[in-house]
Design a protein around this ligand. Structure first.
Ligand code: AMP
Length: 215
C-alpha cells in the first residue's frame, strides 16, 4: 500500500504505520525518525535540522525534499510505503506530487487520523522514546511503560523524553500543525485522495483502513 498518514503530533501516525507494515511489508518512512537519527549521528543534515526540531519548528522544505527524493527511490519502497510525518506543508505536498509523477508512483490514499486535542496533549506529555536511532520504540508512562523503568524492552537502550516533548515545545508543535499542516487536509480532499478516520485507538484506525483498502 502507498499511503500518506496525516494527523497532529501524537495522533498515532507512527503506531498505525507500524501496524500496517506488518500487513503487506510496506515500509514506514518517518521524516522525524530520519532527522532524529541524523542529529544523533552528528551528520551535516542533523546539524542543520537540530535547532528547528528543538524549538518545535518545521525543518526547511528543501532539506526534507532532499531526504524524500532519495528515500522513495530505495528498493524497499517498491512493496509500498507509509509516509509518517511527511508532507507537513503545502509546498512539500506540491513537491511530492511532482516527485511521484516523475517516479511513476500512484498513491492509494491520504489518511487523516483525527484525534481530540485533549487526548493528543495527554499522549505527548506522557510519551517516552527509545534514544537508539535504529530503534526509536515508543512508550507511554501511563498506558504502555517499558518493563524496566527507563530501559527499552526491544534493544536495552535508554528510554527518554524527547527534547521537543516539553510542554512548551508541544504547544508550539501543535500551533505549527494547525497553521502549516492542517491545510493539507483540504489539499488531499481536492486531489480525491482523502480518508478521515476518527478514533483514539490505533487498532480501530487500522481495521477501518484495512476495510477501505480491501486487505
Ligand atoms: P515528528 O517525529 O514527525 O513529530 O517530527 C519531529 C520534528 O522533526 C518536527 O517537529 C520537525 O521539527 C521535524 N520534521 C519531521 N518531519 C518533518 C517534515 N516533513 N517537514 C519539516 N519538519 C519535519
Amino acid at each position: 500500500m502507498k499511503l500518506i498518514l496525516l494527523g497532529a503530533p501524537g495522533a498515532g501516525k507512527g503506531t498505525v504505520a507500524k501496524l500496517l507494515t506488518a500487513i503487506d511489508g510496506s515500509v514506514q518512512i518517518s521524516t522525524g525518525d530520519i532527522l532524529r537519527g541524523a542529529v544523533q549521528a552528528g551528520t551535516e543534515l542533523g546539524r542543520e535540522a537540530e535547532a528547528y526540531m528543538k524549538r518545535g519548528d518545521l525543518v526547511p522544505d528543501t532539506l526534507i525534499m532532499g531526504i524524500m527524493e532519495k528515500r522513495l527511490q530505495e528498493p524497499d519502497c517498491q512493496k509500498g510505503f507509509l509516509l509518517d510525518g511527511f508532507p507537513r506543508t503545502i509546498p512539500q505536498a506540491e513537491a511530492l506530487k511532482n516527485l511521484l509523477v516523475k517516479l511513476n508512483i500512484r498513491l492509494d490514499m491520504a489518511v487523516n487520523i483525527d484525534v481530540p486535542r485533549e487526548v493528543i496533549l495527554d499522549r505527548l506529555c506522557t510519551r517516552r522514546t527509545c534514544e537508539n536511532p535504529q530503534c526509536q520504540a515508543i512508550y507511554n508512562v501511563k498506558s504502555s511503560p517499558p518493563k524496566q523503568e527507563g530501559v527499552c524492552d526491544k534493544c536495552g537502550s535508554r528510554v527518554i523524553q524527547r527534547d521537543d516533548e516539553t510542554e512548551e515545545a508541544i504547544s508550539h508543535r501543535l500551533a505549527t500543525y494547525n497553521e502549516k499542516t492542517a491545510p493539507l487536509i483540504g489539499f488531499y480532499e481536492k486531489e480525491g485522495l482523502l480518508k478521515t478516520v476518527t478514533g483514539t485507538s490505533s487498532d480501530t484506525v487500522v481495521s477501518e483502513l484495512k476495510a477501505a483498502l480491501n486487505f
